[in-house]
Design a protein around this ligand. Structure first.
Ligand SMILES: N[C@@H](CCC(=O)N[C@@H](CS)C(=O)NCC(=O)O)C(=O)O
Length: 216
């Protein structure tokens, strides 16, 4: 049941929202963007209006088919079930488990530790080493896993949900000045994915709310 165009509550720099933007682009789903500035006005995610949409006070949230969904992986899985082409989860149960494992490793094991709200708690001055440690520790595991699962992309030669998590997390790693030379497999997959149009149109440098100085 389609009820108008889907609406994505998004922040240009949000890695979790970028995952969803890639899925929407790959699946050719037209949508409207409502920017939620995570910094301005003390953070627009804390507004009463946004909290009714997502009580977790985080982006992304997607209004689609008469419901509002938070949590990027839940959104991607919903899109996969309702708009299955192209596939982002392999049919083979073992490959699907690996795609979910890699996605969770990033979405639960790395990103939450370097999220804005956690960094605020960590405090000025300690944020960079904290984020670097969280990303390095996750990437050490990820590099090892990808050595046995990767083809052109994270799992074989088909783009999957794992790839939607990887590219935004590498961008975060770059922002936090993590030395990526230790992760040749991650870097090679990231490069191959960034050459794809869906990863380019969804890029933080090309969003409606991207500040002029950061636009590509
Ligand atoms: N598990 C959530 C995490 C969402 C999340 O952490 N979003 C960040 C941006 S990437 C956010 O809105 N942070 C706001 C804050 O920390 O105050 C998901 O995958 O959607």
């Amino acid at each position: 049941m389609q009820v108008g165009k889907p609406v994505l509550y998004s922040y240009f720099r949000s890695s979790c929202t970028w995952r969803v933007r890639i899925a929407l682009a790959l699946k050719g789903i037209d949508y409207e963007t409502v920017p939620v500035n995570l910094i301005k006005d003390g953070g627009q995610q804390f507004s009463k209006e946004f909290q009714t949409l997502n009580p977790m006070k985080q982006v992304p949230a997607l209004k689609i088919d008469g419901i509002t969904i938070g949590q990027s992986l839940a959104i991607i899985e919903y899109l996969e079930e309702t708009r299955p082409t192209p596939r982002l989860l392999p049919q083979d149960p073992q490959k699907k488990a690996i795609v979910r494992m890699i996605s969770d490793l990033i979405a639960s094991g790395i990103q939450p530790l370097q999220n804005l709200s956690v960094l605020k708690q960590v405090g000025e001055g300690k944020q960079l080493p904290w984020a670097q440690e969280a990303i390095t520790s996750g990437f050490n595991a990820l590099e090892q896993i990808l050595r046995s699962t990767a083809g052109k992309y994270c799992v074989g030669d088909e783009v999957s949900m794992a790839d939607l998590c990887l590219v935004p997390q590498v961008a975060n790693a770059e922002r936090f000045k993590v030395d990526l030379s230790h992760y040749p497999t991650i870097c090679q997959i990231n490069k191959a994915l960034l050459a794809l149009e869906a990863f380019q149109v969804s890029h933080p440098s090309r969003q409606p709310d991207t500040p002029a100085e950061l636009r590509a």
